[in-house]
Design a protein around this ligand. Sequence first.
Ligand code: GAR
Length: 218
Amino acid sequence: MKSIVILISGRGSNMASLIDAAADGSLRARVAAVISNRPRAPGLEIAAGRGIPTRVVDHARHPDREAFDAALAEAIDAFSPDLVVLAGFMRILGDGFVARYAGRMMNIHPSLLPAFPGLDTHRRALGEGARIHGCTVHFVTPALDRGPIVAQAAVPVLDGDDADSLAARVLEQERRLYPLAVRWFAEGRLRLVDGRVALDAEQDAAASLISPRTRERR
Ligand code: GAR
């Protein structure tokens, strides 16, 4: 069975959905470890409580990005994972680090990329008057929040939404989408070929437009 290492920086709700999917067998992969760059990330306790080994590689204790990236790679490689899964990991990674895990590192981002890379995506989507928003799972390449797209889920932006209500609607989809994308990788149905995603899976599952539950609420 393939194994994954999950990188987090904070509360770890995406991480928890991946751990749950591994536990019930639907992820088809084992979570070898959870690594945080923040010693107090709440996700660390959640992972430990579910019996997953945890490590901290504190960026503040390394003099520069190269040193941090080297320590992080060492911590990851100790578990020899097939896939590195960024789940709310909020550090920019150097090109050398990204190249080391080319084709075997994924990220989830809270927008429909290439719209709204970077931070504060929900507030910015509201500010632009977007009517549809969502989340994207993509392979990691050196450009921030870029890289070949694996799957996306869209949600409506509703009248009266604020950044919190919109974030909650998107997060519900993130927690559904990420385990699905990791499962495809674990099953060998998802690969990077010449920098493009090759996916042997239900195409409609890779692009989920407006979930039935959110449609009901309109
Ligand atoms: C998620 O919304 C994730 O998409 C986002 O951080 C949140 C982490 O929540 N990631 C990024 O913005 C990366 N650019 P979580 O810790 O509860 O999973």
